[in-house]
Design a protein around this ligand. Sequence first.
Ligand code: SF4
Ligand code: SF4
Length: 494
Amino acid sequence: MPRIVRLPGAPPVPGAVDAGSIEEAVEVAVEEASREEEVLIVGRGAWEAYGEAAWRLRMEGGNFYLLEALDADEEKLHRDGASKLFMARLAYLARRRARDAVLEPAGGGKRVSRRTLLRTAVVGSAMDYTEKPIHDQLCGKKPLGDYCSWCLDACDVEGGCAASAALCGVELLHVPGYSRAGLQDMLRLLSITGPGYALIAPRSVLAKLVQELGNSSPGHPVVVVPVSCPYVVGLEELLALRGLGLEPIMVDDGWERELRRCRESRKTYLETVAADYEGITGASLAIVEAGKAVGLVQEEPGLEPLGDALELLGRGLRPLALAVAKRSGVSADLRTGFTGLVIVDQERCTLCGACAKECPTGALKLREEAEGSALLFLHDRCIACGWCREVCPEDAITVKRAINPAIIDSLVSLVAGEELRCIVCGNPVGPTRMVEKVVEKLLASGIDPEKMPTILMCSTCKQKYSLGLIDEAKVDWEALRRFVQRARARTAAG
Ligand code: SF4
Ligand code: SF4
């Protein structure tokens, strides 16, 4: 549980440290954060206190990511009860891995390996560590060039940037000042739907922004999403916010006190996340300075929430985001790995199931039933990482970064084939295509499969036959001969 520093104007919180002034709140916050405690400053002037405390910690080499704030003025924006807002901000802080932040200044030859970046996964830290592109392996698997490389593409800008995290389809990467899961928790606790706005703004501008907005009291909900760098917010979150009827407005301002180098994420972000957002929704993403954001938020919002937005949000940001994409009805090629399309060459695929076994998100499934096998694809889960293409022994797969609203929320059969029957008991053996491939390979190696009846036996009969427990007369040798002959004919035909 974080330490709560309570300024005047905040509701009573058990265990909170009461601060009579902003200066007092700053002192307590710095002291607690220096002891590696997470701190939530609440009450009137909370963002101002945050600004001072974060600046002090930064100057002293402390971890300013441990700080979060909730200003009394924000209540006027949400208009939904101080305690709900408090719980939501608390949840937002709890999910981001602020303690992971490494704030040592960059050394000349110091490098962070890609694996470290992904395992400890703090992009902000990597930025402080190195200015060089980072090349290593992803999660100890294949070289990145052959696997998912969205984050690497972004990191190549300059040794790591916030957009890397925005591009990661499964949030393996994160920045200490933001968490996708935290945003989901926050939105669930708030249970707010629009028409309204979501203001994604660096913490360093929130003191001014919240005060100005509080004074003007827009007549519709405005959800504040505090970030260190707005370019960490991915396509999934932006679409989900739209699903709730909250039009996202990103504030590109106030960098000086926080992650100055986040500016470098801007170009990557515009070319990837913002471009995809526009491609799917037809609306351009508002990325504006703080002054302009105040004006935009006053305008009458026009975005209607999805009818089942809160129910979808309960299942996650991704189902909500996909429902928005489905509503838009727009098929588009994407630049991010938000979702992908898997195309399988029907002639090559043997239904071996290797791709389904290896897919990290469960987007591919091999359904094996007595009547036949099928390779099934769930577009909703695919993040276009390309790993299935890497593992397919038949080079049968092509992966496309794209979205197809027609197959959202449905299981698509990519390849289907008959199940081979055991030549002893008649039980299913496996996909016929796969066994055919095995037989063809044996023939190509000069081995005679007709002398290997176990190839066409189920696992039980295989075992029994090896132990001499099956009478030779019970084996359907004729079926084996026909099967091998067909394979020979195919091999001869090339
Ligand atoms: S289906 Fe392929 S591209 Fe999609 S998530 Fe699975 S392994 Fe990655
Ligand atoms: S696509 Fe490739 S890996 Fe997947 S079932 Fe077919 S042959 Fe096996």
